[in-house]
Write a protein that binds this ligand. Structure first.
Ligand SMILES: Nc1ncnc2c1ncn2[C@@H]1O[C@H](COP(=O)(O)OP(=O)(O)OP(=O)(O)O)[C@@H](O)[C@H]1O
Ligand code: SF4
Ligand SMILES: [Mg+2]
Length: 355
């Protein structure tokens, strides 16, 4: 895996929503790392838990879920230190034992996250309108963010504002200063959002499908801009996407989520070589886009009668397996097994190849 500093480490993250005593396991043991100057893509079909993972990391889940647990390290800071004493979940093949005060867990995490927002950690939403103020001219929005986060003299000055607009290709800049967000295209708005979240020079950007509402060319201009700034400023990116094309083009590592679980972690070049191992990753790589996956998503999260591997109902390996492997697949959910060079897969088929 990349030879740089780990900015974010997530271990065993679980978020279960209490739906009247019935748990929806939205996130169920997610493992991921983000490295300085590198992009980690989070890939999975709709409902696989990508956004809830990102929101849990940011302390942004609005409704207190039934269960939230796991370990989140930001640089050297353990944001969840001692929280496991507050909410403990033992989840052996869906037999849940919960001692909970999740509200307390959540509030403490939020409190610890607050000083990191903006300055160290930033979130780019799919819709730029969620970040931009519709009632304020964009020049004023830039001034406001620059004045709040930058101690540099004249940070919010007209000259700096014009420079920033030029950098994101809103030219001539002077004609854009007084415009409102509704007078810009979605692509222009998203480039502005990217430029705004980068102003405080955060260490990690979580970008949740930042370009899925854009056409292919505009998508490229926004992501190319983000990448050029990453090369300059060395921040880490967690790129949530449905697109295997974007994964190939913009990431160094891929974390594949299925039904809230990390099923594979693999360096992106290995995917280009066809070295992915999990049957779900294989299926995603074969599809041009995860959106082409035909199966209804999410039933694995709520069907508590399922035992064994959560992917079993879709797995072609399982259907062709010998009785020993079938027995394992039916009895227990596989843990992530290290295959080497940071490559990990959650599948019993590879247990003999483990490091
Ligand atoms: N407040 C909530 N209460 C109950 N279930 C929820 C809640 N929020 C999300 N979920 C469920 O959690 C699961 C994961 O949702 P999430 O938004 O993380 O999916 P996603 O992978 O981001 O999907 P998409 O690609 O469509 O954005 C889904 O099944 C969703 O229905
Ligand atoms: S553990 Fe078994 S069912 Fe699960 S992905 Fe591997 S082979 Fe398929
Ligand atoms: Mg989402």
């Amino acid at each position: 895996m990349p030879n740089s500093e780990i900015v974010l480490k997530v271990e065993g993250l679980c978020v279960y929503f209490d739906n009247g005593g019935h748990f929806i396991r939205a996130v169920d043991g997610v493992e991921l790392d983000c490295w300085q100057g590198q992009t980690t893509a989070i890939l999975g079909e709709s409902g696989s838990g990508k956004t809830i993972t990102a929101k849990a990391i940011m302390g942004l889940i609005k409704h207190t879920p039934g269960v939230i647990s796991g370990r989140i390290l930001f640089g050297n800071q353990d944001l969840t230190a001692n929280l496991e004493k507050i909410c403990r979940v033992s989840n052996s093949n869906y037999g849940l034992t919960i001692s909970k005060d999740t509200n307390h867990w959540h509030q403490l995490l939020k409190h610890r996250m607050a000083p990191l927002y903006g300055r160290k950690l930033a979130y780019i939403f799919q819709e730029p309108t969620r970040t931009l103020d519709p009632l304020l001219p964009i020049g004023k929005q830039i001034e406001r963010v620059a004045a709040r986060f930058s101690r540099a003299e004249g940070a919010g000055s007209r000259e700096r504002v014009l420079n920033l607009l030029e950098c994101i290709d809103l030219k001539p800049a002077s004609s854009y200063v007084g415009r409102y967000p509704y007078e810009l295209s979605t692509g222009q708005c998203q480039r502005l959002v990217v430029a705004l979240v980068l102003l405080p020079r955060p260490r990690l950007i979580i970008a949740d499908e930042p370009t899925s509402s854009l056409d292919v060319l505009t998508q490229k201009t926004v992501l190319d801009y983000l990448r050029s700034r990453q090369i300059q400023d060395h921040f880490a990116i967690m790129l949530i996407t449905h697109s295997t094309d974007l994964v190939r083009e913009y990431s160094q590592e891929v974390v594949v989520l299925f039904a809230g679980r990390t099923v594979e972690r693999i360096a992106t070049p290995l995917i280009d070589n066809g070295s992915q191992l999990h049957p779900y990753t294989e299926m995603l790589v074969r599809s041009e886009s995860v959106r082409q996956v035909q199966e209804p998503a999410g039933k694995e999260m709520i069907d508590h009668s399922l035992t064994g591997c959560i992917y079993r109902q879709r797995c072609h390996y399982y259907r062709q397996a010998q009785s020993h492997l079938r027995g394992l697949c039916e009895s227990e959910n596989p843990p992530l097994i290290s295959i080497g060079d940071g490559h990990q897969v959650a599948c019993w088929k590879y247990q003999d190849s483990a490091d």
